[in-house]
Ligand binder design. Structure first.
Ligand SMILES: NC(=O)c1ccc[n+]([C@@H]2O[C@H](COP(=O)([O-])OP(=O)(O)OC[C@H]3O[C@@H](n4cnc5c(N)ncnc54)[C@H](OP(=O)(O)O)[C@@H]3O)[C@@H](O)[C@H]2O)c1
Length: 268
């Protein structure tokens, strides 16, 4: 897909990967609907987008709230006369041993990482179809491919949204709307500020700009998946598929250290 001049809804656009996507899309003269809860970071990104030649308007919304999906889609259609691309990027995380999570922390992850993208996509589909060449991008996670201990809920939501994307892609085959799943590895964004897990646990960080650039390259060449995290991540994915018990052993040896490193990891 040629992204030039497209009308794009981008959730979680005020920081991290969403912000990096917005700025790179601006250079393609995209017309962006930037979505998040806080006005100030969205306005700052919108100003940067305009400075780079793109168009942007801001919609403040808690995507887990009733009615938010319809409101976001209506705002994009009103501002730009249609909708070509939906990027389901907003996400949250709360790591730690399952019993240590509050019920509200479990529900918050499911609501934003899984339910919200499904409902927003559902709301956007009529507009995406109407444009004749639509696209849904779901930002999952490497943890959606290889489940890590102490991320049980996050892993479930990220595997869930990826499976949602795969199923929808097949459901929409030949109907003018494509679906791309993106699986970032550890990425230097505000979401990771509270994690102390590093390369020793397989968290080899890359920049949000690199993840965004790979995502836009995947869109341009019609990829079904963009998987980040380098060769080490690819090796782990292969081991998990071919010999999951062997990966269990590797992770069991590091389990206590990983639990300590991610005990405070939360973006809620
Ligand atoms: N960073 C990583 O290592 C990594 C790795 C794999 C996958 N990912 C995924 O990449 C995506 C982007 O994350 P990031 O790393 O860029 O994190 P981030 O900087 O924390 O960005 C998350 C964005 O989501 C928005 N958001 C949070 N709750 C929301 C809600 N209820 N309604 C609407 N917007 C909400 C936040 O803005 P407000 O607070 O203003 O709402 C924020 O702009 C997420 O789906 C994440 O799971 C990240």
């Amino acid at each position: 897909m040629d992204l030039n001049d497209r009308s794009i809804v981008l959730t979680g656009a005020g920081s991290g990967i969403g912000r990096a996507l917005a700025l790179q899309l601006a250079e393609r003269s995209a017309r962006l609907t930037l979505v998040g809860r806080r006005l100030e970071p969205l306005e700052a990104v919108a100003a940067e987008v305009r400075g780079r030649g793109g168009r942007a308007h801001v919609v403040t919304a808690d995507l887990t709230a009733a009615g938010a999906p319809a409101r976001v889609v209506a705002a994009a259609e009103e501002a730009f006369g249609g909708l070509d691309v939906l990027v389901n990027n907003a996400g949250n995380v709360r790591a730690g041993r399952l019993e240590s999570l509050e019920e509200s922390e479990v529900l918050a992850q499911v609501a934003l990482n899984l339910t919200a993208p499904i409902l927003l996509t559902r709301a956007a589909l009529p507009a995406l179809r109407a444009g004749g060449e639509g696209l849904v991008v779901n930002v999952s996670s490497g943890i959606g491919l290889v489940a890590l201990p102490f991320y049980a809920t996050y892993a479930a939501t990220k595997a869930g949204v990826a499976h949602f994307g795969d199923a929808l892609r097949r459901e929409l085959a030949g109907e003018g709307v494509r679906v791309l799943n993106v699986y970032p590895g550890a990425t230097s964004t505000p979401m990771m500020d509270s994690s102390r897990a590093g390369a020793e646990h397989g968290f080899e960080y890359e920049s949000a700009e690199d993840v965004a650039a790979a995502t836009l390259a995947g869109i341009a060449d019609g990829s079904l998946r963009v998987v980040r995290g380098g060769q080490r991540r690819r090796d782990t994915i292969a081991l998990d598929r071919e010999d999951p018990a062997a990966l269990d052993e590797v992770l069991a040896a590091r389990k206590d250290a990983l639990e300590r490193a991610v005990a405070t990891h939360s973006s809620l």
